[in-house]
Design a protein around this ligand. Structure first.
Ligand code: NAG
Ligand code: NAG
Length: 464
């Protein structure tokens, strides 16, 4: 190379022995991780060469030779027999090099006509991502169905509902389950929208300016199962929003999984004792024989940080790169692949956890306390025509009196004590102190009454 300096003139010798820095080859190479996309890359080339044949840039015979070679390469990858060679920088160069070996460079050399690695990699990524997200949607659907099944089966169990982690009002255990099924169903719907937006074709955009031989991009898109083409060639090669959206989706989903796990961790403590994890998802302590640690749930909670970190990192990598392709964009792969794999495993682990844990219905119900019916007491007076602002105050007075008198709960106040606080209390006030009835009063849509929870579960089920 003309700009090569003689080694004695270099300011720093270091690793330089020849024309290149061997560390740079490693630093630059993406094959170790982008080989995951081997099938997408082969499919992209298979269809692209059909487009070339339609243009008369390759013959029918050459096309069938190319397709024969691609089939062989696909088999090599899927059987783990593909041999990587020095100079295979990424999955695209590796596949093209191998194709040359199999069918001869005279034909393989035509494959890349009018195509750039820029539209090639964008195409491969979109094919790969849409398939991974579709797989995740399937796992997520099964997870939600397990939650719905469990909620239907255990509809009769009551437990405390919490705000600020303080006992607030009695709810059904199934209402808690249905809450997460609702979150996860929204995640599912959001995922389908992202798949839709991912599924558009950049192929045929060249390096940036467009295809020089007028390739039929709509044909390529349809053959590759895309819903359409990206309408601007500069956008087509530079857009990684589908990667960002996939990682945002992963982060939000992991956030939900993390809260779900945190609840279950709390419910599994000795103090709560609402649930017991199956042995497969918990670990004994190495020192304290009595302990059973909820490792699975702690990992689900912890891995949410890693997935969000991937999103934040990639956003920083691309936030101010100039338009169209820049090598920074290669940094999309490792965080994305790691996020997708972490989410996939997390869904499967969470499905295992929720389908095998045991609940202790007696402990859940024993955790209900009469003070949790203070709102119901206020509602009792509302039904007698007293404005709620006033009844809230009166009910608070009852709670205070019970505390001052050191009673076990507001239900232990005598009729005289009630009357002293407010003359509008009558004998039927004692009917308020029933957890089942408290729950059953909440029949409005989305509430915790049995009929309302069952309706939620049916609605969720109908979305799939
Ligand atoms: C880096 O890899 C790309 C392929 O992704 C290749 O075209 C380029 O020559 C490599 N650059 C260096 C400096 O090794
Ligand atoms: C490849 O093309 C060159 C130049 O046209 C020709 O000399 C050579 O025989 C060809 N090789 C094969 C294997 O067809």
């Amino acid at each position: 190379m003309s700009n090569q300096q003689p080694s004695e003139q270099r300011l720093w010798g270091g690793r330089f022995t020849g024309a290149s820095d061997p560390l740079m080859d490693l630093y630059n190479a993406s094959l170790p991780y982008d080989q995951k996309m081997y099938a997408a890359d082969i499919e992209g080339t298979r269809v692209y060469t059909m487009g070339l044949e339609k243009l008369g840039l390759i013959t029918k015979e050459e096309l069938s030779e190319i397709h024969r070679g691609l089939k062989l390469i696909l088999a090599e990858w899927s059987e783990g027999k593909f041999v990587e060679k020095p100079g295979d920088e990424d999955i695209h160069t590796a596949n093209e090099r191998r194709l040359g070996e199999l069918i001869g460079k005279n034909i393989s050399g035509k494959v890349h006509t009018g195509r750039s690695r820029n539209d090639q990699v964008a195409t491969d990524m979109r094919i790969y991502v849409r398939e991974e997200l579709t797989k995740l949607a399937g796992f997520l659907k099964s997870f939600i169905e397990v939650i719905i099944k469990r909620a239907t089966k255990e509809i009769d169990v009551l437990m405390p509902g919490y705000t600020h982690l303080q006992r607030a009002q009695p709810i059904r255990w199934s209402h808690w389950l249905s809450m997460y099924a609702t979150y996860f169903t929204e995640d599912y719907k959001r995922l389908l929208q992202i798949i839709e937006r991912t599924n558009v074709s950049p192929l045929g955009s060249g390096a940036l300016a467009g295809h020089p031989y007028g390739i039929d991009r709509e044909f390529l898109a349809a053959e590759l199962g895309f819903n359409g083409v990206i309408g601007n060639s500069l956008t087509a090669v530079s857009d990684r929003d589908f990667v960002v959206e996939s990682m945002f989706w992963s982060s939000l989903f992991m956030n939900h999984i993390s809260r779900f796990s945190e609840d279950l961790i709390i419910y599994s403590t000795g103090e709560f004792g609402f649930i017991k994890l199956a042995d497969a998802y918990s670990t004994g302590s190495s020192l304290m024989p009595q302990k059973k640690n909820p490792d699975s749930l702690e990992l689900l909670r912890g891995k949410s940080g890693r997935v969000f970190g991937s999103l934040a990192g990639f956003m920083m990598s691309i936030k101010s790169i100039p338009s169209t392709y820049n090598k920074d964009m290669q940094e999309d792969k490792e965080p994305l692949f790691d996020s997708l794999l972490t989410v996939e495993h997390s869904i499967l682990i969470a499905t295992g956890v929720i389908s095998t844990l045991n609940i202790d219905a007696e402990k859940m119900e024993a955790a209900l306390t009469m003070d949790m019916l203070a709102t119901d007491l206020a509602d009792y007076l509302v039904r007698k025509g007293v404005p709620f602002r006033e009844t809230h105050h009166i009910s608070g007075e009852c709670v205070r009196t019970a505390e001052v008198e050191k009673l076990s709960g507001i239900d232990q106040l005598t009729m005289e004590q009630f009357k002293k606080i407010d003359a509008r209390f009558e004998q039927d006030v004692f009917e308020t102190f029933n957890f089942e009835q408290s729950v059953e009063r909440r029949t409005a849509t989305g509430g915790t009454a049995k009929s309302a929870v069952l309706k939620q579960l049916t609605n969720l089920q109908s979305q799939f």
